[in-house]
Design a protein around this ligand. Structure first.
Ligand SMILES: NC(=O)c1ccc[n+]([C@@H]2O[C@H](COP(=O)([O-])OP(=O)(O)OC[C@H]3O[C@@H](n4cnc5c(N)ncnc54)[C@H](O)[C@@H]3O)[C@@H](O)[C@H]2O)c1
Ligand SMILES: [Zn+2]
Length: 487
């Protein structure tokens, strides 16, 4: 074994096997030996998948992924605490029998923690013969109690969406907005119908959904139809929810086109619409068949939308990836200029984290709450400004700044770390002024947050980059002081 490096690196060199493992006191060598034993068994996908699924720690096998599950308390939080270890193995340590290991795996241990092993070299030759870039374009698997699906990041994937349709799919309905369709619709070259969503948060309503369902029916939709949700987070939520309830549920493929949707909204199966009384109050969990992400579509995104999405990426850096955070801190010029290598990395690493968290906790009972970093005050800010002044990510930027002040104030986070976090958010500003808002009103609002459980606001706070924890029972005066400092 060569190059045992602490920290996280996303992609292997072309002819090497890279394994990511999370150390919970499991000897890594033992883990790797298990994986290699699996690889050595031959090339019958089903037989191998079964035997691996029967292995005591294997959660499931799909394509080039081997996900190993474990049970255990709050260990899942530590997955995201910067304890990932990377090992790069030389050519003589390749897995053998590469590329034919898909299909038929059953769920074994369904504990909350998992380890993901990817073999980029095998995937490139066996599954991605048409990859358009020299770089390794990664793919991450989400697994929930009932489903598993791929989140694939690949330039040019729009032209290959049809490959992800079920074998017996009926008519395909692309739910999209006119702007996205005009810019990128020509990439969808397979037979389809288009159902336009008028766009915008005020249209994210049941009445609009009903009208869209009527259009689908008129165009011949039935139970075998499939929806492709092609657009930003709003289209993803609306298209996903339409799929969840049309004829009691048809499949959806998410093809997100904003940064926010690519790194967040499209992954995890949350779908829904707004009520007058609040955002996303009617909805359903409806996991997609696949999430297909083409980072090149971001080049047409309005700059402010892109920067707003970057704050969610900063969030992933803070909660789970020191390497991602460093790139955002040191290379903001490349990130802001949409340098393809930088964009592919920030999208890929964010998707990896979201896929891991959702897999560990589909319905937000535990570890998924760490995704709310910066969101408690962020949601309060959005609501206090009637969802009209700031984009979601901009509100989260304030929320993350407030969280850094709060963690510092409570003695959880060193001053220098808190300052660095605030410096990085500022690199991706500016954001709308909120000096007119009252910190007390924001604090009061956090108590009304949908995520509030029995009157206690849970704050996700950082102890350093890559290490967060959920803290409850924080005094309102501390929250107000942090909000005042961030405004
Ligand atoms: N389901 C979830 O887990 C989840 C998570 C986060 C946010 N959301 C939801 O996502 C929504 C916000 O999504 P958003 O920020 O993507 O906003 P959005 O969907 O409104 O998209 C922003 C704008 O960019 C346009 N656009 C999209 N892709 C483009 C492209 N490639 N080039 C040019 N223009 C493009 C859209 O038409 C729109 O005008 C909210 O409704 C929020 O509730 C859902
Ligand atoms: Zn968010």
């Amino acid at each position: 074994m060569k190059n045992a490096v602490a920290g996280v690196r996303a992609f292997a060199a072309e002819d090497e096997f890279t394994a990511f493992a999370v150390e919970f006191g499991t000897p890594f060598q033992q883990f790797f030996d298990d994986v290699r034993a699996f690889g050595d068994q031959g090339s019958n996908g089903v037989r191998i998948a079964k035997s691996v699924a029967g292995h005591k720690r294997v959660l499931f096998v799909k394509g080039d992924f081997i996900v190993v599950g474990k049970r255990g308390g709050d260990a899942s939080l530590r997955v995201f605490g910067g304890r990932l270890v990377e090992r790069v193995l030389g050519k003589d340590q390749h897995l053998s029998g590469g590329g034919k290991r898909d299909g038929g795996a059953k769920t074994g241990d369904s504990g909350p923690d998992h380890e993901v092993v990817t073999n980029n070299a095998v995937r490139r030759s066996a599954h991605n013969p048409m990859v358009q870039t020299k770089r390794n374009m990664p793919s991450y698997v989400v697994t929930t109690g009932t489903q598993r699906y791929e989140c694939r990041i690949e330039r040019g994937i729009l032209s290959r969406v049809a490959e992800f349709l079920p074998a017996k799919a009926g008519k395909v309905f692309i739910v999209t907005t006119r702007d996205v369709w005009k810019l990128h619709g020509s990439g969808m070259t397979f037979p389809h119908e288009v159902v336009f969503f008028p766009g915008g948060e005020p249209n994210k309503r049941l009445s609009v959904l009903e009208a869209m369902a009527g259009v689908m029916l008129a165009k011949g939709a039935d139970r075998s139809s499939v929806i492709i949700a092609f657009g930003g987070g709003i289209v993803g939520d609306v298209g996903g929810f339409l799929a969840a309830i049309f004829m009691r549920g048809i499949p959806v493929i998410q093809v997100p086109t904003t940064l926010l949707a690519q790194v967040d909204a499209a992954i995890g199966g949350k779908t829904g619409v707004n009520l007058v009384g609040g955002k996303n109050l009617i909805g359903a969990f409806h996991q997609p068949l696949a999430v297909l992400i083409d980072p090149s579509v971001l080049e047409t995104l309005p700059e402010r939308e892109y920067r707003s999405g970057l704050f969610e990426v900063v969030k992933y850096g803070i909660i789970a990836s020191p390497k991602l955070f460093r790139l955002l801190a040191d290379d903001s010029a490349r990130v802001l200029a949409l340098d393809p290598e930088a964009v592919d990395f920030i999208v890929g690493d964010s998707v990896r984290i979201k896929a891991e968290v959702v897999s560990a906790d589909e319905k937000e009972g535990g570890v998924r709450r760490i995704l709310n970093y910066g969101h408690t005050l962020g949601h309060a800010l959005e609501a206090e400004t009637s969802y009209s002044r700031m984009l979601h990510g901009e509100a989260v930027a304030y929320g993350m700044n407030a969280a850094a002040y709060l963690a510092e104030r409570l003695g959880l986070l060193a001053k220098a770390d808190a300052e660095e976090m605030r410096r990085v958010t500022a690199l991706y500003g500016p954001w709308p002024a909120v000096g007119d808002l009252s910190p007390e009103a924001l604090t009061a609002h956090t108590l009304k947050d949908k995520k509030t459980i029995q009157g206690t606001t849970h704050f996700v706070l950082a102890e350093g980059v890559g290490t967060v924890r959920v803290v409850s029972g924080i005094a309102a005066s501390d929250v107000t002081a942090a909000a005042a400092a961030a405004l």
